[in-house]
Write a new protein. Structure first.
Length: 289
């Protein structure tokens, strides 16, 4: 895999890849970057959020259907390979799913890190995308991705750690998705109102203001204006999870392209010099010979 630029995104469940960083993956894939993805769980504990799919037999096949949906979405986005870790969706704290012995949150931490190290050493990504510690939606699987992801990046570069997992590889940069921010929703809210469209964000912005949750630091802002339609198409591929009449699609792609055509990221780690704010996740990374 030498020569070309390589990107690896680590996600908790099927559909996370289409709601966080989908335009970025599609853009870089279109530019010839090898884009790979880790999906840590099967999403078994998810609810059926699309009324059209809430019919007999669907819940019983949810893991199978969500796998198919992810494969379709990744094909749309140009993802070259999906690495399935195969853990069970942990559900939310206090639920039976959370206590299941196969749940991702109950897997030995060192084992999770070892498996991610193997993927990193195999894919040899220059850039890894992952999760910051979640605020407001503290799903155990998202927390586990946050904790294990950066640890695996550091371990993958250390020849003394997990020597059985392949040849060490130094990731150049790690970014956290900064998708759901007050600033982004404020801009889209105002753009919707100016266009005479009912905004789905008014109550959310009000809660945000009352709670005083700070926005993440934005170190990179990637223009995905030419790939918003693929992001939308990938989201719709998750038919069990995404209602086409939901707020996800209340603001048309054309208006988003005008008002906020970016996907935002917080830099978590860099082994190369950086000069934020960046408009390219690969800035500062020397191409391989």
């Amino acid at each position: 895999m030498s020569g070309s630029r390589r990107l690896l995104a680590i996600h908790a469940h099927p559909d996370d890849e289409s709601s966080k960083g989908a335009g970025t993956m599609a853009r870089y894939a279109s530019e010839g970057v090898r884009v790979a993805l880790v999906c840590c769980t099967g999403g078994e504990a998810g609810d059926i959020l699309n009324p059209r799919m809430d019919r007999p037999g669907v819940k019983e096949r949810l893991a199978e259907l969500r796998r198919e949906e992810l494969e379709t979405a990744c094909s749309i986005l140009g993802v070259s390979r999906i690495h399935w870790l195969g853990y069970r969706d942990s559900g939310m704290p206090g639920t039976p799913d959370n206590a299941h012995p196969d749940a991702f949150c109950n897997a030995p931490f060192d084992r999770v890190v070892a498996r991610l190290v193997r993927v990193i050493r195999e894919e040899r990504p220059h850039v890894v995308l992952g999760y910051d510690h979640p605020v407001g939606y503290e799903h155990p699987d998202h927390i586990r991705v946050h904790e294990a992801g950066l640890e695996a990046v550091h371990a993958a570069a250390d020849p003394d750690r997990y020597p059985e997992a392949g040849v060490p590889w130094q990731v150049a940069k790690v970014y956290y998705f900064a998708t759901f921010t007050y600033e982004r929703f404020r801009v889209l809210h105002e753009a919707a109102l100016a266009a005479g469209i009912a905004s789905p964000y008014e109550e959310r912005l009000q809660r945000w203001s009352e709670q005083g949750v700070p926005d993440p630091r934005i170190d990179a802002r990637i223009d995905v204006s030419d790939h918003l339609h693929l992001r939308t198409k990938a989201l719709l591929a998750h038919a069990t999870q995404i209602d086409p009449d939901s707020s996800w699609f209340a603001i048309p792609d054309e208006l988003q392209r005008e008002a906020y055509p970016w996907e935002d990221y917080t830099l978590a780690f860099s082994a190369v010099p950086v000069d934020p704010p960046e408009d390219d996740l690969f800035a500062g990374i020397e191409p391989e010979a």
